[in-house]
Design a protein around this ligand. Structure first.
Ligand SMILES: NC(=O)c1ccc[n+]([C@@H]2O[C@H](COP(=O)([O-])OP(=O)(O)OC[C@H]3O[C@@H](n4cnc5c(N)ncnc54)[C@H](OP(=O)(O)O)[C@@H]3O)[C@@H](O)[C@H]2O)c1
Length: 341
């Protein structure tokens, strides 16, 4: 029993009814409608997300719902293609019958990848040596070398991050490093899109995949400038998709979490850290289905959970984790240095 009964209702309940009517007055139907409309929006949103998830990660790989890459042009361009995710993009696009323009900085590694692709998939390759930290001048040279090719697919993959998680003003060789990260991640994506979109528009088809990162969607302190460039890439991809949708062009923002590569420093694969092969196979099935994607089902779940947590809490959490990771990595490097001396 909560309190004495009047007309079979506890007094406290009657007081609550009275208070609500008193405070809400004529607003109570508005609030009821607002609640109902919010519930409908949340339900539709959840349903759409589940449908897209199923379509991209279950139905597309099984029934081949994704795009046919070779319908978009004879050549694919992949930047940062001699290792990691970029190399796997080059291999898997060659497997789908496309000739590949390989753009990266190490001539020897470029020659090896070119040989591997040509001998395995019997397609043509063209290599372009380019260091994307060089700035704007580089792009005229690249343009000269690929201007006569029918390019249907562009994968803006090249990227660099901090060597160690660091506070913004305490980064080793700060100014230079920050400039290189912007040049390599953002300037390259911007100017490669600017170079190749006009040809795609002329032909009325094309695919651009911009390899951003989950850290462009969820802020990660101690990797601030890396994340900032990835946020800009994601923003740019979404807007470009809208600008060029009617021209038959697909622009996708790819936002992976950890993949086992040199850049992530993770060698061992697991459910949440796929190999480059598993990741790129999954990511290619999402093209034409998701405009912004995490590329791989477990990364999508990870992103959903991280984006559901209020940002003020997530910022503290990612800051704490990155700070600890930075300290551990510095200690590991120090021990390694002491051993070698
Ligand atoms: N791995 C992850 O967990 C992860 C997660 C989210 C997003 N990403 C994004 O995925 C992309 C690829 O990452 P990854 O992990 O595959 O990296 P990676 O294994 O380090 O490979 C990077 C590739 O880019 C080339 N490259 C690096 N700097 C360059 C420069 N200044 N000029 C020209 N080429 C350059 C490298 O060439 P060399 O072979 O000569 O070094 C290599 O081929 C990046 O944009 C990264 O931000 C990665």
């Amino acid at each position: 029993m909560i309190g004495p009964l009047v007309d079979d209702k506890p007094l406290t309940k009657m007081a609550l009814d009275f208070d609500l009517k008193y405070f809400l007055g004529d607003l109570s139907p508005v609030i009821l409608w607002f609640g109902a409309i919010s519930a409908v929006i949340v339900t539709v949103n959840v349903f759409c997300r589940l449908w897209l998830f199923a379509k991209a990660f279950i139905l597309s790989p099984i029934f081949g719902l994704g795009v046919k890459f070779d319908h978009y042009g004879k050549w694919a361009v992949v930047t940062g293609c001699t290792d990691g995710i970029g190399k796997e993009f080059a291999l898997q696009l060659a497997k789908r019958g496309l000739d590949i323009v390989l753009i990266s900085r190490s001539p020897d590694k470029l020659a090896d990848v070119s040989l591997e692709i040509e001998s395995t998939y019997k397609v043509k390759t063209k290599t372009v040596v380019a260091d994307f930290t060089r700035g704007v001048d580089l792009y005229d040279e690249i343009k000269q070398q690929i201007k006569d090719l029918n390019i249907g697919v562009l994968v803006n993959n090249v990227g660099m991050s901090y060597r160690l998680p660091s506070r913004f003003a305490e980064l080793d060789d700060g100014q230079n490093n920050l400039k290189n990260i912007i040049d390599c991640n953002l300037l390259s994506t911007t100017l490669m899109c600017n170079m190749l979109l006009p040809g795609m528009v002329e032909r009325g088809k094309g695919i651009v995949i911009n390899n951003a990162s989950l850290s462009g969607l969820v802020p990660v302190p101690m990797l601030t400038m890396y994340g900032a460039t990835k946020t800009a890439m994601d923003y740019m991809s979404k807007c470009l998709q809208e600008e060029y949708r009617s021209k038959g062009i697909i622009v996708q923002s790819l936002c992976p979490a950890f993949v086992a590569t040199k850049l992530s420093g993770l060698r061992r694969t697991s459910l949440f850290v796929p190999s480059t092969t598993r990741f790129v196979q999954a990511a290619l099935c999402t093209v034409g289905i998701e405009t912004t994607t995490n590329g791989y089902w477990a990364h999508s779940l990870q992103a959903f959970l991280m984006l559901s947590i209020p940002e003020c809490i997530m910022l503290r959490l990612t800051h704490f984790v990155m700070e600890k990771a930075g300290i551990a990595e510095r200690k590991r490097l120090e021990r390694k240095k002491q051993k070698s001396t």
